[in-house]
Design a binder for this molecule. Structure first.
Ligand SMILES: [Ca+2]
Length: 278
């Protein structure tokens, strides 16, 4: 399966579309302030917003050029402090604007996902979609460090939504739109889709979620590259847990694969709503 196949661009199918403000990227081309540890007398302090109440991105002094900085919304607040302004001291900053970027495809076996601007408040009017694509036979467990979103009874304003699969049609594992402590969530297969949405009013701190992968308790799924072979679900005992078993057969470019079923026995419901092979 190609990652591109899993990247559905149907954001507009289930989200509201806003005009998203551009964010600021700043680079330092000159920087020289008094060099004293902790910068007590002379410093440049930068906040990710339009006031000193916004998250502090850094406090700088000395003569080392600070690294590039990116705002999470459309303003940066600079505070230059000096007890004795002197010549040949100061800074030069170049700024550019760009479309905000968030979301992406994560293929590692562990990682973390944060709302834009975290641990500062998240900006308005964002849709960020992350996909976690791991190997067949693994499950993904999400642990919530922070979860603070604008409260709303039916999550029609801001929300964090985690789906049990890579596509927006996959079942919802959890959808959150308040501040609370959430126990870990686990997928039933090796893929997940995380969608963060913020509307244009009222925000909060956002979220910080970490994820880990672990082998499925059922021995099912896997990668197969032999020129021929036998796939078997080998599920001894009754199905006690909901599981997705993903089998990926890959052959060299140009080869085709012929599949013959020798045995198939699954629960029979209309529309294959409970158990199915696809
Ligand atoms: Ca909001």
């Amino acid at each position: 399966m190609n990652v591109s196949d899993l990247w559905d661009n149907n954001k507009s199918a289930n989200t509201h579309v806003f005009e998203v403000p551009e964010v600021l990227r700043i680079t330092f081309t000159f920087f020289r302030l008094e060099s004293v540890s902790n910068c007590p007398h002379e410093f440049l302090q930068i906040h990710d917003g339009d006031s000193s109440a916004a998250l502090q991105l850094g406090r700088f002094c000395g003569s080392i050029l600070p690294h590039e900085l990116l705002s999470s919304d459309n303003a940066l607040y600079f505070h230059l402090h000096s007890e004795h302004f002197r010549s040949e001291r100061g800074f030069t900053i170049r700024w550019e604007t760009q479309q905000p970027e968030c979301g992406g495809v994560l293929m590692g076996t562990y990682g973390s996902i944060k709302s834009p601007g975290y641990p500062g408040n998240y900006p308005p009017g964002r849709d960020c979609i992350w996909k976690i694509i791991t190997s067949p036979g693994l499950l993904i467990t999400f642990t919530f460090g922070t979860l603070s979103l604008e409260h709303h009874d039916d999550c029609s304003k801001d929300y964090l939504e985690i789906r049990d699969g890579p596509l927006y049609q996959d079942p919802v594992l959890g959808k959150f739109c308040t501040t609370l402590s959430v126990p870990p969530l686990q997928t039933t297969g090796p893929f997940a889709r995380i969608h963060f949405h913020s509307d244009n009013q009222i925000n909060d701190q956002g979220f910080h979620v970490t994820y880990l992968t672990s082998p499925s308790d059922l021995h099912c799924g896997g990668n197969y590259t032999d020129p021929e072979g036998l796939l078997s679900s080998d599920l001894s005992g009754p199905f006690t847990h909901s599981r997705q078993c993903i089998y990926l057969i890959t052959q060299p470019l140009g080869e085709q694969i012929q599949v013959n079923f020798t045995h198939l026995e699954l629960e029979g419901q209309s529309g294959c709503s409970q158990s199915y092979m696809e």
